[in-house]
Design a protein around this ligand. Structure first.
Ligand SMILES: *[C@@H]1O[C@H](CO)[C@@H](O)[C@H](O)[C@H]1NC(C)=O
Ligand SMILES: *[C@@H]1O[C@H](CO)[C@@H](O)[C@H](O)[C@H]1NC(C)=O
Ligand SMILES: *[C@@H]1O[C@H](CO)[C@@H](O)[C@H](O)[C@H]1NC(C)=O
Ligand SMILES: *[C@@H]1O[C@H](CO)[C@@H](O)[C@H](O)[C@H]1NC(C)=O
Length: 436
């Protein structure tokens, strides 16, 4: 369409030699004589440029400038975000390689922790950022064209129909551009949400690693490595117990594993209890009287086919999911039982208190000596997912140690209460395996 303009040659008798781009209309009227290329002397078009056009064009130009500004700002923001992501990724990989260098113990493989966590990190948002960058480059080119065209328009005079046509066309382009910019804004908001989520995931993975590294650097207190300690509760009282200093998030599934040793009779009592406001029995593991070990969730009960009170170490794991309330119970790496309809569709409530060795009648207290655990506990780890049978087996047969992603057994996470209760070094794994 634009090339139509070249079909027309205008010789303008101007008072000034030339109208330069960006110069304001000084209100002077120019007398133009249009001459057709063919040389037809009776050019029918005589032009007296409309005074208001200059103002409109100025406005259009400003709009275009503003659009350019917006787009270049967006580009800057996005490249900043990209910088942040790269920085975090670098940090994380540095941290991860530092961690791998610090493996300890025989077959210790808690490097798996890193792999598991990284599996959850969403895909790198590089792709979308790149695409966005390309789109914006394209837009920028179009804007430049538009400006060029505008400059050409203001430098030449032509018939009012043509000018109107041109103005309409420019108006349309401008509208399209505005639409594109607003969809870009939206895309950027989605992207920055994704970036924020990615950053949160990365940071929490980073924090978990930093926590473990600093535990390792401290040498885990008096213990060979941070998880090589046990909690000893030698008497049946209502005041000896351990408290985990961290709480649980809302969970739709979990696995709790622990090493346990007790010879107490008639029952071993309550090795584990988690109470939340309004429900002291949110998760409880208890053996009392001559009953088998019971798992309580939201005060609903399942009896578990576990037998541990022979005075030897045993590795036990309990898995549960809200989906139909399915549960599984493992002892020494073997799955001994499973069932369903235990607190089905109930989400585990967050923010409660985990007590080792006592049953809570109110959150964090009102213990009953008759339900206290007597014996030793170690490596009480909690995950917010169901572990695979091979993962459980490999922990029970000492070929790996996987720290919980929700609660990890660390000396700094376990407080001991009551005279006689203590944290002591743990026997090496192979000495704990029952049939060794
Ligand atoms: C993301 O982009 C940056 C720079 O463009 C690049 O160095 C990095 O390798 C990219 N990351 C991935 C995972 O593609
Ligand atoms: C504007 O005019 C210049 C020459 O005056 C030409 O090179 C350029 O291609 C024109 N721009 C457009 C968009 O037609
Ligand atoms: C980004 O997140 C905020 C709050 O988290 C939300 O209000 C907004 O709708 C989200 N934007 C998009 C495009 O998803
Ligand atoms: C321990 O269990 C894992 C997982 O089932 C298995 O791959 C591994 O061979 C076992 N190791 C020993 C020493 O039994």
């Amino acid at each position: 369409m634009f090339y139509l303009l070249y079909g027309l040659l205008c010789f303008c008798a101007m008072e000034r030699a030339r109208l330069t781009r960006g110069q304001e209309d000084d209100g002077k009227r120019y007398i133009c004589r249009a001459v057709a290329i063919s040389g037809d002397p009776s050019c029918p078009v005589t032009l007296l440029p409309d005074l208001s056009v200059g103002g409109q064009e100025e406005e259009l130009r400003n709009t275009v400038m503003q659009l350019r500004e917006t787009i270049s700002q967006q580009k800057e923001t996005i490249s900043k975000q990209l910088g942040t992501i790269n920085e975090l990724t670098t940090k994380l990989s540095l941290c991860a390689s530092a961690t791998n260098d610090r493996k300890y113990g025989k077959g210790g493989s808690w490097g798996k922790d890193k792999q598991n966590t990284m599996g959850d990190v969403p895909r790198d948002p590089n792709d979308s950022i790149e695409n966005l960058g390309k789109t914006m480059q394209g837009l920028k080119d179009r804007l430049e064209n538009l400006e060029q065209m505008r400059a050409n328009v203001s430098g030449v005079s032509f018939p009012s129909e043509l000018r109107d046509l041109l103005q309409r066309r420019l108006g349309e382009l401008e509208k399209q551009l505005l639409k594109k910019v607003s969809s870009l804004e939206e895309e950027k908001s989605v992207l920055s949400n994704a970036t924020a989520a990615y950053r949160m995931k990365t940071e929490s993975a980073l924090n978990a690693l930093v926590e473990r590294i600093s535990e390792l650097e401290k040498g885990g207190g008096d213990f060979k490595s941070p998880e090589q300690f046990k909690l000893c509760l030698p008497q049946r009282t209502n005041y000896l117990y351990g408290r985990i200093t961290k709480t649980l998030p809302e969970m739709y599934a979990f696995t709790i594993c622990m090493w346990i040793r007790s010879s107490s009779s008639p029952g071993i009592g309550t090795p584990f209890s988690y109470g939340v406001p309004g429900q002291a029995n949110e998760i409880v593991l208890i053996e009392w009287g001559n009953n088998p070990i019971e798992l309580l969730i939201n005060d609903k009960v399942a009896q578990l086919p576990l037998e541990v009170r022979d005075g030897k170490w045993h590795h036990i794991c309990i898995c549960w999911t809200t989906r139909d309330g399915q549960w599984e119970a493992y002892q020494d790496g073997e799955r001994l039982g499973a069932g369903d309809n235990l607190a089905a569709w109930h989400p585990i409530k967050p923010g409660g208190v985990i007590i080792l060795g006592q049953e809570q009648d109110v959150v964090g207290g009102r213990f009953d000596a008759g339900q206290a655990f007597v014996g030793e506990l170690s490596q009480v780890n909690i995950w917010d997912r169901i572990l695979k049978p091979t993962e459980i087996q490999s922990m029970a047969n000492c070929s790996s140690y996987i720290p919980g992603n929700v609660i990890s057994w660390l000396a700094s996470n376990v407080e001991v209460f009551g005279r006689g209760a203590s944290k002591r070094p743990l026997e090496i794994c192979r000495e704990r395996v029952p049939n060794a």
